[in-house]
Design a protein around this ligand. Structure first.
Ligand SMILES: [Mn+2]
Length: 352
């Protein structure tokens, strides 16, 4: 377990694939659209990069792990760690990951469970994934390039302890601080009083100050969390997102990103079309307000999110619409086109 958390990004032309979320058919379709052979070879010597969140919610996460781990082992692909992979490594139950943490229990919707025989080698694969891939002209991270968080990862990298151990280290430090300062006791008071109401849409929410501080520090004081699930800040008033009341809100960090090097990310449930809006509303305020799906984001227009929400297809299947609005996409560099799994391609132009 000595893989670096910040690793060199491959040279040459790249196809950077957004969050796959167990949608093996979409992945097959996209790789064919991009011109890859079954073994991951490309006639033009192109190389695949995966943005993380390979798993959860979709029908066959084990198949996606199998495919991507083979491509990586064969030197045909690179992949960064997403928050969903981190949750598998932590073995904590989250929405859509029952196939891994509790494969014997009935699942909410069709998803192939992990076989006990496969779990050790997939765990070993996940432990090798870096948080960042970088080269002089491009940065790749799952959710967020936050300079302070990146600096802290850089400082901690090299001891070979891996993303999970580092995550646990920072979380442990925080818990000790909260105990010492009395914040944890205040948080537990709030939890005892209001915890059962947080998942009730009808509740007239009150702002829970200790919870706002705990939740924002839990994110921002842990650089592994920042890079894999984004920057957050205490919200002035509670907001309903992802099925519960929250005291923190997501920051559109790209509006503060000042470096010249472009960043490619996944994670943020970008919409392919207006029709997908209703589906996405449940994940809180729209971080893409004012930005068209084909546009670069941020103050320097040099950040691009390639997650076109294929992870929402499990909802679309339940709803039974005529066709999927959620897509899997890849950003091609240096062409700066975005190719979707249905073959539609956009010319997004160079960054900046
Ligand atoms: Mn994510």
């Amino acid at each position: 377990m000595s893989s670096p958390l910040i690793a060199p990004l491959a040279a040459g032309p790249l196809d950077i694939v957004g969050d796959v979320h167990g949608e093996i058919d979409a992945l097959d379709a996209l790789l064919a659209e991009l011109g890859y052979a079954g073994d991951g070879q490309h006639p033009d010597g192109r190389q695949l990069v995966f943005l993380g969140d390979l798993v959860d919610r979709g029908p066959d996460s084990p198949a996606v792990l199998e495919r991507v781990s083979r491509l990586v082992a064969a030197g045909r692909a690179q992949c960064v760690l997403g928050n969903h992979e981190l949750n598998l490594l932590r073995d904590v139950e989250k929405h859509g990951n029952g196939w891994w943490v509790a494969p014997d229990k009935p699942l909410e919707y069709p998803a192939r469970p992990i076989s006990p025989a496969d779990k050790p080698r997939f765990t070993a694969f996940l432990q090798t994934l870096p948080l960042i891939l970088e080269r002089a002209d491009l940065r790749v991270v799952h959710a967020c390039w936050h300079p302070d968080a990146v600096a802290r990862i850089r400082a901690a990298d090299g001891d070979g302890s891996g993303a999970l151990a580092l995550f646990n280290h920072f979380q442990g430090q925080l818990r000790e601080q909260w105990q010492a300062s009395g914040l944890w006791a205040q948080f537990m008071d709030e939890w005892r009083q209001f915890g059962r109401l947080l998942k009730s849409r009808d509740w007239e929410p009150v702002r829970l100050d200790a919870m706002a501080t705990v939740d924002s520090q839990n994110q921002m004081a842990n650089p592994v969390a920042v890079l894999t699930s984004g920057a957050e800040r205490p919200a002035p008033t509670p907001l309903w997102a992802g099925g519960r009341w929250r005291m923190v809100e997501r920051e559109t960090w790209w509006d503060e990103y000042e470096a010249a090097t472009p960043v490619v990310i996944g994670h943020y449930w970008r919409r392919y079309s207006e029709t997908g809006k209703t589906l996405m509303d449940q994940y809180g305020p729209d971080v893409f307000a004012g930005v068209e799906p084909h546009q670069w984001m941020g103050r320097r227009r040099n950040v691009y999110c390639v997650d076109f929400s294929v992870g929402g297809r499990y909802v679309e299947r339940i709803a039974g619409g005529p066709e999927f609005q959620c897509r899997l996409a890849a950003l091609r560099m240096p062409e700066w086109t975005v190719v979707h799994d249905d073959g539609i391609a956009w010319d997004i132009g160079p960054p900046g």
